[in-house]
Every structure is written in C-alpha cells, then in structure tokens.
Write a protein that binds this ligand. Sequence first.
Ligand code: PLP
Ligand code: COI
Length: 358
Amino acid sequence: MKIDYQLKAASERRSEPFAPEGEVGFGRLRTDHMFLMDYRDGVWQDPRIVPYGSISMMPGAMCIHYGQSIFEGAKAFKHDDGEIYTFRLDKNAERMNNSADIVCIPNLDENLQQQAIHALIDVDRLWFPEQDGACLYVRPFIFATEDRLSVSPSQAYTFCVMLSPSGAYYKAGTDKAIRLLITKKFHRAVSGGTGASKAAGNYSASLRAAKEAAEYGAAQVLYLDSTNTQLEEVGAMNHFHVRKDGSIVIPKFTDTILKSITSLTILELGEVLGCEVRQETVMLNQFIADIESGEIIEAGGFGTAAVVSPVGSYIFEDGRIVTVGDGKVGKHIKNIYQVFTDMQLGKRTAPNGWLQQV
Ligand code: PLP
Ligand code: COI
C-alpha cells in the first residue's frame, strides 16, 4: 500500500538536527508530522502522513464514551553510524493486534503498522534528539470514531502514529532506586478483563492508585491479583526480582498482566546476561519473606519507557516499609540495563531482526 505524504512547508520544518538545551524529558515534545489511516466500510484505507495537529471527531465518537482505544509504545535509537533503528517493532505490531482483539477493534496488518512508523520517522528524522540516552519514542494508537451511542464495537476507527523526542521516563534512570506502593485496595485488572491489553481504560483505571502511591512517597504502584496474594505488575512496567544466585524472576504472564516486550527480550537474553531468567507465580508473602531473609537481593521493573528501573523499597498501606538489600541500585540491575541498552544502541550485537534501520 502506498503512503501519501503531506509534508509541512519547508519553512515550518526542522532544517537541522534537534539539539535540546535542557533534558528532553519523557513524552512532552512532538515532531512535525503524524501518520493517519482510517477504517471504514470494513477496510483500513487512506494511509497518509500529515502535519501534526488536531484531529476532528464528532462528540458522539465512541472512543470518548466507551473507551474503545488502544495504544503501543516503542523506541527508535541512533547508532554510531548516524542511522536511526527501531527496536522489535514487530512485537509491538503483534501486541497491537492482541489488544485490538481484546477490545473488538479490527486488526491492522502488522507489516503495514511497521512501514507506517518507519515512513514517519524518515520524514521527521531531524527531530532525533542529539542528547545522551535520548530516543524517538513511538506512540501508535487506534481509537473508535463512529458517532453512535449504543454499546457495541464501532464501525469506524483511526490509526495514528506520533513521535516524541524523549529521554528517561523515571528521571532517576538507574542512578536511584524507586519506592513502590503495594496496594491491597486497588487492582489494575481482573481475570477475564482487559489487563493483558494496552487499552486506554487500563491506564485511567490506574490513576487513583498512582495518586495514592504519591501520597505514600512512592513513584508507582505494584499491583497484586484480585485475591491480594500474587504479584502482578507495575502501572507502566512489568515487575522482576533477582535472587541470591543471580537468577532473574518475572511473574508469569496471565490475562491480567501486559506481555512486556522488554521482559520478553530479557527472557531471551539469559545467556548473554550470564544467568537464568524465568517466569513463575510470585506469592506476596514469600516475596517479602525472601527479601527479608536476603534470598532476594534486587528488584525492579521492565518497560519500553521505564527501560530497567531499580526498586529499592516497597511500602504497604499500613505504612510498613520493606527494603530490598541496602535499598540502592545493585550490580545485577546495572548489568541488565547495560546489556539491554547496548543492544538497542548497536554497541552489542542483537539477534537478527531486532533492530531495523529506518
Ligand atoms: N506493563 C504495563 C502496564 C505497561 O504499560 C508497559 C509499557 O508498555 C509495560 C508493562 C512494559 O511493556 P513493554 O516492555 O512492552 O514496554
Ligand atoms: C511504554 O513503556 O511504552 C508505555 O506505554 C508506558 C506508558 C504508559 C508511559
């Protein structure tokens, strides 16, 4: 399928690489263009790149009322050869369609999703932030646009991709370990629900708990399953811990946990990391006991935006605090972060197909 371009006038576009003065931060900035494509009459059609700007919709658009909206998050990196490479986009495209299935949105060809992203990055390549540790954060999303008030799948959708020149999601990066609130009051997802998708509603459902986390001085929430006995994941990343023998444990994927592409990557990198990486059901009581006995020595989160974020302590709603090791960033996490980011940046060979040049 041919993608039509409506480029901004040259005078309104960057003419030189983007060299931000201060920290770019995460998700604040936009590039000049966005990719759009519509679904109507049963087919995806009209792929186009247009200047980034507002999208008009009827007030009855179904995404507004019933939240039929899904998104993805990926990153593109600049390598020493000066070229831009996307990382494991095929996995994002596949997951977009899994999310689509969960909230009854029609699938969009996975190759086309990837082509769309590459075409957009190509147009706005001068927006790549020339700053250490920066990237182009890629945000593809699909939302329902049909103007109808009955609760049923919309017959019309828009697929959009926007780009955000970005730095780290958690400002501390791997320099400082964060604190997580373990809540027994709020749940992100329940079995049989939409937790395994990147449905917009999952994120609005997490806001109240995140607000509570802030009141406890925690950066985020570690969610439990609905029986409050098993560890699930963090608001914007999967959870993991490191045992005394160096093995890395990620809670088993269930239908209440998002299948993180970062987690999948780490699971495939055991040999390179020199340790076992496995998934298992993690029981809360055992987890806390293992931290207190020194069986668990490090913990953290995996995510595209969050990368590898160390967790130094947990706080419960009754004020109890449990510190992992000495509460500082451990050597295993530093190693995971280094190996993973070196691969994204082309400083270490990545398996075939993980990096695609734009
Ligand atoms: N879990 C949730 C709820 C997320 O929003 C994200 C972010 O995408 C992740 C986990 C991490 O997934 P990934 O590594 O694919 O970014
Ligand atoms: C990502 O890591 O790409 C995400 O989608 C997390 C986001 C909610 C900030």
